[in-house]
Design a protein around this ligand. Structure first.
Ligand code: ADP
Ligand code: MG
Length: 557
């Protein structure tokens, strides 16, 4: 093929320009080097491997976890005149043999293959005599237990590098926080892989968190306010999906359910009715969404808390693909933490369980955030926006600000004094002068920061530390027992060259009429002790099970 990549972009794919990092990624693959690509859903990851496969000798192998996605992609490629096929368990014997014949005849530019097929001895033996242009691992987070959608069949892909030492490998995913990224690169043994990380921000999506009180009427009010708009309502279980969907239909909304308990036929129908605007609301479990191409989804409601921020980001990201304003509403209730935890507890592997509990904790942190939601969300993926978004519920209805410069310095010094080797629970215990056995054993009761924050509540320190994490003044590695460490940004604050403010915690008694008892909090903040106790217990339980110190957070709004 004597075209340059710009010509191919136009003649095969019909586009005039590359988007963001596409060109750089393609050029790097053409030079035979590995890449790691982190690009939000809809960002244009496919082109990054499809186009260079056409420019290099041999077949481009694409690993993808979902049979239906493979088919869609191959159909689109074939329609553009590309010689593409897929090889997975959905093929009949005859079809499979035809694909293999084409492969051996060198007639394929791109072959989509299921991970377990690719790594089978038979298939690897076939590939021994066939030139391979590149190998693309789509949805690469599936290889990592740290990812939000671990798939055991992806594990074997770790052997690819040995089998194909000379072939460039590109790993692509839409959602991986820094720990998962490192894990993917290690497992695939990518060599000097350059990482391409493109903007995570979806500025047209407005994030709102509401305390879950009467969820159905909260949802109804929300839906009634946007009568002609299409959207998805996510629930954590099939049972909740069925029940809620029925309630909505009874209330006169055009809604359809979607979950893995329905037949293929029923799911296909629900999806199509939604795509063709026959129903405007899909009530679904996480089973719904991957590969859905509907650009005018105007809202995504999480009726229950998602298990982690990756899922939340991905699910809310299905709204507003057309760039027009969209709403992401999370109904957050403490009871749901139990449900989410229950789902995680079902997972047998203890390591996996520990990770998932960490991630759930981070998700709760988002729901409880006192500052700009977008900041928290992007911060989780390692991006630090230079200003608040001005569009989330917190930015639009800002809580009162308090100066936390001095307290932040105390917290940062304490993190430093304990050697940057402990999580929030321990740091807070030292600040508050706890005489716990561990503190004494470690000699942390002799540190200069011991007890310097004894006049303030544990909850207050919890929210200070969370704020410092969200704002990038502390890093908290969920992959390493949530250990707190200073960052570059910590120093100006520690040196007193900078001031810092935080939203005053907004706390509301959960049960109206219950007498509340004032805790030691900054002026004017009143805590509901009972509520705190419940929260504290929940968090502690969560933390115990995940093996990290408890991290107590304010009940916000
Ligand atoms: P991802 O896999 O990152 O979710 P896709 O590869 O499916 O995204 O691409 C999303 C959409 O963007 C597709 O409709 C695709 O055709 C389109 N697209 C990709 N690259 C470009 C480009 N350079 N110019 C215009 N549209 C593009
Ligand atoms: Mg994709």
């Amino acid at each position: 093929m004597e075209q340059n990549i710009h010509q191919t972009l136009k003649s095969v794919f019909g586009y005039d320009q590359f988007r963001s990092a596409q060109q750089e990624i393609i050029e790097r693959l053409l030079a035979g080097r590995d890449c790691f690509v982190l690009m939000p859903t809809g960002g244009g990851k496919s082109l990054c491997y499809q186009l260079p496969a056409l420019h290099r000798d041999g077949v481009g192998l694409v690993v993808s976890p979902l049979i239906s996605l493979m088919k869609d992609q191959v159909d689109a490629l074939v329609a553009n005149g590309v010689q593409a096929a897929f090889y997975n368990s959905s093929l009949s014997g005859v079809q499979a043999r035809r694909v293999l014949a084409e492969l051996h005849a060198g007639q394929l530019d791109l072959l989509y293959v299921a991970p377990e097929r690719l790594m089978s001895d038979d298939f690897l033996a076939r590939l021994a005599d066939i030139p391979v242009a590149l190998i693309a691992i789509d949805e690469a987070h599936c290889i990592s237990q740290w990812g939000h959608d671990f798939r055991p069949e992806y594990r074997k892909l770790g052997g690819l590098r040995q089998h194909f030492p000379q072939v460039p490998i590109v790993a692509l995913t839409a959602t991986a926080e820094p720990h998962t990224r490192r894990d993917i690169i290690e497992r695939l043994q990518l060599q000097e892989a350059q990482s391409f990380i493109t903007g995570y921000d979806r500025p047209n999506i407005r994030y709102t968190v509401l305390e879950k009180q009467k969820p159905f009427s909260q949802l109804r009010t929300f839906l009634a306010g946007r009568p002609d708009e299409a959207g998805i309502v996510y629930c954590l279980s099939r049972k909740r999906v069925d029940k809620l969907c029925q309630q909505l239909v009874d209330a006169g909304f055009a809604a359809a359910p979607y979950h893995a308990g329905l037949t293929d036929q029923q799911r296909r129908e629900a999806q199509e009715r939604f795509l063709y605007d026959e129903v405007r609301i899909i009530v679904a479990t996480v089973a719904f969404g991957m590969g859905i191409d509907k650009s005018n989804i105007r809202f995504v409601v999480h009726y229950d808390i998602p298990k982690n921020i990756e899922s939340f980001y991905q699910e809310t990201g299905r709204s507003g693909r057309d760039g027009l304003p969209a709403e992401a509403l999370l109904l957050f209730g403490y009871g749901d933490i139990q449900v989410a935890r229950g789902l995680i507890e079902k997972t047998m592997n203890p390591e996996y369980r520990r990770i998932e509990l960490h991630k759930l904790n981070a998700m709760i942190g988002f729901a409880e955030a006192l500052g700009c939601r977008r900041r928290v969300l992007l911060g989780y993926f390692g991006e630090q926006p230079d200003r608040d978004c001005g569009n989330c519920d917190i930015c639009l209805n800002p809580p009162e600000m308090i100066d936390i410069t001095e307290d932040s310095r105390k917290a940062l010094s304490c993190v430093y004094r304990v050697g940057q080797r402990f999580g929030a629970g321990h740091v807070i215990a030292v600040l508050r002068g706890s005489s716990g056995e561990r503190i004494v054993r470690l000699g942390h009761d002799r540190l200069s920061t011991y007890g310097i924050g004894a006049d303030l509540s544990q909850d207050y320190w919890g929210s200070i530390i969370r704020h410092l994490v969200h704002r990038g003044y502390l890093s908290q590695d969920v992959g390493d027992y949530s250990v707190l460490r200073l960052t570059e940004a910590s120093w100006p604050l520690l040196r007193g060259e900078q001031r810092l403010e935080m939203a005053r915690p907004r706390i509301r008694a959960e049960q109206v009429g219950r007498k509340t008892k004032a805790a030691r909090l900054p002026d004017g903040v009143v805590a509901d002790e009972q509520l705190f106790d419940r929260l504290r217990r929940l968090r502690k339980e969560l933390a115990d099970r995940s093996g990290v110190p408890p991290f107590v957070i304010f009940h916000d709004r």
